[in-house]
Design a protein around this ligand. Structure first.
Ligand code: GFB
Length: 322
C-alpha cells in the first residue's frame, strides 16, 4: 500500500470529487496533504502552477480539478470548457513531471467516447468516431488529458495515467440549476416544487424527452475506486495492456424519466411533471463497460436509491444552514 505519509496533492479538493477523495484518504489514515483553494492557486495560470509544484513537490497527484457542468453549461460556455480544462491539465501534468511526482492520476469523464459507439463503452472505443456535440469541447480537453499522461509515460517514463468515471453525484454537488447535472437539478426542482419555494411553481420541468439513458455513480464509491487503483495500478500496467485509461462506473443505467420518478418519490413530491422538449437530450446513452475494473477486484457498493437519499440529506442540511 502507498505509505500513509506520502505527500498527496488533490487538485480540486473543494469540489464534489476532490472533497470525496480527500475525505476517503483522511479516513484511511493518510496525513500529508497539500491543498490549495481556487483563490489561493489559479491552475489555469502556468506560472502559478509551476511555482506551486516547485515549492511543494507533491509525490502523488490526483487531478480532480476541472471546469465542469451539466449539458446546458457545457453547450453554452464552450470556449471556457475547452480552454480552462486544457490549461488546468497541461499545467498540472507538466509541472508534476518537472518536479518528479511519483504517480499522477488524471480524472476524465464518460463523454470522451463517441456519441454512437456500441454500448457498453469499452476503453478501446476512444477516438473511434465523432463526439456528442453538446459537450465536444469538454470531451476534447479530457481526451487531451489522457493523451498527455500517455505521452509523458512514453517519452519520459512518468507514472501518469487516466481514469474515466461515469456521471457522478453526491455531497458537495452543484445544485445551481443553470450549471448542474441532472441528478442534483432534479433533487432541487422536486424539493422546491414540494415546498413551493419558487413562486408560482407547482410543476416540475424536466429537460429533453426523458428518454436518454445515464449511468450514475455515488462519488464516495469513486473515491474508493481511486484509492484502490492508486495502490493496484501503475502506468506501465495500463499502457502495456493496450489501454490508455480505465472506466469507473456501476455498470447499470436508467432513463432520465425513470430517474425523475425515483427522485420524485424520495423527495416526496406528488404533483405534475412536464418535459421541456426545447432543451437538448445530449448523448442517447453512455453506459461504461466496467469489466476491466471488476476483473481487477473493485466494485461499487452504493445503490442508486441509497445514493440519492444520502445526497438529498446533504442538500437538506445545506438548506437548513442557510
Ligand atoms: O446531467 P446532464 O446535464 O449531462 O444531463 P449529460 C443528462 C440528461 O438529463 C440530459 C436531462 O438528457 C438532460 O436534458 N435533464 C433533464 C436535465 N432535466 C434536467 C435538468 O433539470 N438539468 C440537467 N442538467 N439535465 C454532461 C456533459 O452530459 O455530463 C459533461 O455535458 C459531462 O461533459 C457530464 O460528461 C458528466 O450526461 O448529458
Amino acid at each position: 500500500m502507498i505509505e500513509l505519509d506520502k505527500k498527496i496533492y488533490i487538485a480540486g479538493h473543494t469540489g464534489m470529487v476532490g472533497s470525496a477523495i480527500l475525505r476517503k484518504f483522511k479516513w484511511l489514515g493518510y496525513n500529508n496533504f497539500v491543498t490549495r483553494s481556487r483563490s489561493e492557486l489559479d491552475l489555469v495560470n502556468q506560472n502559478d502552477t509551476d511555482n506551486f509544484f516547485k515549492i511543494e513537490k507533491p509525490e502523488i497527484v490526483i487531478v480532480a480539478a476541472a471546469k465542469v457542468g451539466g449539458i446546458l453549461a457545457n453547450n453554452t460556455y464552450r470556449a471556457e470548457f475547452i480552454y480552462d480544462n486544457l490549461m488546468i491539465e497541461a499545467n498540472i501534468i507538466n509541472a508534476a513531471y518537472k518536479n518528479g511526482a511519483e504517480k499522477l492520476i488524471f480524472l476524465g469523464s464518460s463523454c470522451i467516447y463517441p456519441k454512437l459507439a456500441p454500448q457498453p463503452l469499452k476503453e478501446e472505443y476512444l477516438l473511434t468516431n465523432t463526439l456528442e456535440h453538446t459537450n465536444e469541447p469538454y470531451a476534447i480537453a479530457k481526451i487531451a488529458g489522457i493523451k498527455l499522461c500517455e505521452s509523458y509515460f512514453h517519452q519520459y517514463g512518468s507514472n501518469f495515467y487516466s481514469v474515466m468515471p461515469t456521471n457522478l453525484y453526491g455531497p458537495n454537488d452543484n445544485f445551481d440549476l443553470a450549471a448542474s447535472h441532472v441528478l442534483p437539478a432534479l433533487i432541487r426542482k422536486f424539493h422546491e416544487a414540494k415546498n413551493k419555494t419558487v413562486e408560482g411553481k407547482n410543476r416540475v420541468e424536466i429537460w429533453g424527452s426523458g428518454k436518454p439513458m445515464r449511468e450514475f455513480l455515488f462519488v464516495d464509491d469513486l473515491a474508493d475506486a481511486i484509492f484502490f487503483l492508486m495502490n493496484k495500478i501503475n502506468a506501465k500496467d495500463m499502457y502495456e495492456s493496450g489501454i490508455t485509461h480505465l472506466n469507473i462506473g456501476c455498470g447499470e443505467d436508467i432513463s432520465i424519466s425513470d430517474l425523475a420518478d425515483k427522485i420524485k418519490k424520495i423527495v416526496g413530491y406528488e404533483e405534475e411533471v412536464v418535459y421541456d422538449h426545447t432543451k437538448p437530450d445530449g448523448a442517447p446513452k453512455k453506459l461504461l463497460d466496467v469489466t476491466r475494473i471488476h476483473q481487477l477486484g473493485w466494485k461499487h457498493t452504493t445503490n442508486l436509491d441509497d445514493g440519492i437519499k444520502k445526497t438529498y440529506e446533504w442538500f437538506l442540511e445545506q438548506e437548513r444552514k442557510k
